[in-house]
Ligand binder design. Structure first.
Ligand SMILES: NC(=O)c1ccc[n+]([C@@H]2O[C@H](COP(=O)([O-])OP(=O)(O)OC[C@H]3O[C@@H](n4cnc5c(N)ncnc54)[C@H](OP(=O)(O)O)[C@@H]3O)[C@@H](O)[C@H]2O)c1
Length: 352
């Protein structure tokens, strides 16, 4: 098949630009002198934002995508289980690169499964360009470099800040699915908070519980390490609550329960304000082991949404520059293990 070259002279697009995260990325892009096309399914929402930022705009639903003259789409419209397949299809048809800020394991898996198609079409697929999974993926890749014989990987993060409405909606959808870890190279369902233990974060140790985080998919693609568990810091009461939820997890998937929970989320604010984002930060920790040796690394990054905007914009600009070959990639495979450390406000302290 003939592959047409995607040129940096063409425009790029932020889809879902009117959401909390999309607007942060759009504002940052404008501040950095970029002019992405802002897009979303509602003209009434996209037009005022585009006029405020002085950027071009388009309105379309995913049943009739309009990617004319677009070289790259950064999809910020989540939950991505509802948007990524249609947008990847549209990107293949338009020969545009596809990036998103998903953290959803099933979405990563379905995008990685389209690697061969992406190569054939000359398109880059790069999901997970936000907090989930840029820093943890780079931490995993760094650890694998330091211990190539590693057979197990543990990653953990301790957020200081609150989630956005869109993140909470995505979490509500995933509640009934319980936990997920990787064992022997396979994704394995486990109960919520299957494992809990103290993690030696750089600033202080904290209790943490296992969670179904994106790295269970992406770190395997990046490192090939067969056993992967991701932890998030949590108070003992939250760990007990997550464990109790095992007994009614199937109920959480029922239509009326999902509707009720999403309505409660809808009533909340869109996400942390500027002052909260400025105060927030995230501690990350990772450990690899090969049974006889183990190595640990830590990282500190800015608040999750501030980091997401910086990381997603940096990924989009690097892909537009032509530095990534066609195919489906993780951030560390696309840009190297040092990529996260090159972003503003990221520190790689030596602890312990
Ligand atoms: N990986 C990370 O670290 C990271 C960081 C930030 C956010 N996220 C994820 O990004 C997603 C968005 O978060 P957010 O806080 O920005 O949410 P949000 O404020 O609720 O915004 C969601 C955006 O997506 C659009 N959208 C949703 N479903 C759509 C569909 N079926 N078709 C077209 N557009 C659709 C919405 O359009 P309407 O306004 O028209 O409904 C809105 O523009 C969530 O899944 C969140 O988990 C991930």
């Amino acid at each position: 098949m003939r592959v047409e070259y995607i040129t940096a002279r063409m425009a790029w697009m932020i889809y879902g630009a009117t959401g909390y995260t999309g607007e942060l990325v759009a504002g940052l892009a404008k501040a950095r002198g970029q002019a992405p096309v802002l897009a979303g399914r509602s003209a009434d929402k996209v037009r005022p934002l585009a006029e405020k930022l002085g950027l071009p705009w388009r309105a379309f639903g995913l049943d009739a995508p309009d990617l004319r003259e677009i070289a790259l789409v950064l999809n910020c419209a989540g939950p991505f289980s509802h948007t990524s397949r249609a947008m990847v299809d549209a990107c293949f048809a338009a020969r545009a690169h596809y990036l998103d800020v998903t953290g959803e394991i099933e979405v990563f898996e379905s995008i990685f499964a389209r690697d061969a198609e992406a190569r054939e079409r000359g398109v880059v697929l790069l999901p997970g360009t936000g907090f989930d999974v840029v820093p943890s993926d780079c931490l995993a890749a760094t650890l694998k470099k330091r211990l190539p014989s590693a057979t197990s990987l543990e990653l953990a993060f301790a957020p200081h800040g609150r989630p956005s409405r869109g993140t909470l909606k995505t979490m509500v959808e995933n509640l009934p699915r319980g936990g997920l870890v990787r064992r022997g190279g396979k994704l394995v369902r486990v109960p919520p908070a299957h494992l809990a233990r103290e993690i030696p974060f750089c600033d202080k140790p904290r209790m943490a519980m296992s969670i179904p985080w994106g790295d269970v998919s992406t770190a395997y693609k990046s490192t090939g390490i067969p056993d992967i568990t991701v932890f998030m810091s949590a108070r003992p009461s939250a760990i007990r609550g997550a464990r109790i939820s095992r007994y009614f997890a199937p109920l959480l998937g029922l239509g009326p329960v999902q509707k009720f929970l999403k309505a409660r989320v809808e009533a909340r604010g869109a996400g942390p304000d500027e002052a909260e984002r400025a105060r927030g930060k995230v501690e990350l920790w990772g450990k690899v082991s090969d049974g006889s040796r183990s190595i640990e690394e830590t990282m500190q990054v800015p608040e999750g949404y501030t980091f997401t905007a910086e990381a997603a914009l940096a990924c989009a600009l690097r892909v537009l520059s032509g530095s990534v070959a066609p195919g489906a990639w993780t951030p560390s495979l696309a840009f190297g293990a040092d990529f996260a450390a090159s972003l503003p406000g990221v520190h790689v302290p030596s602890c312990g």
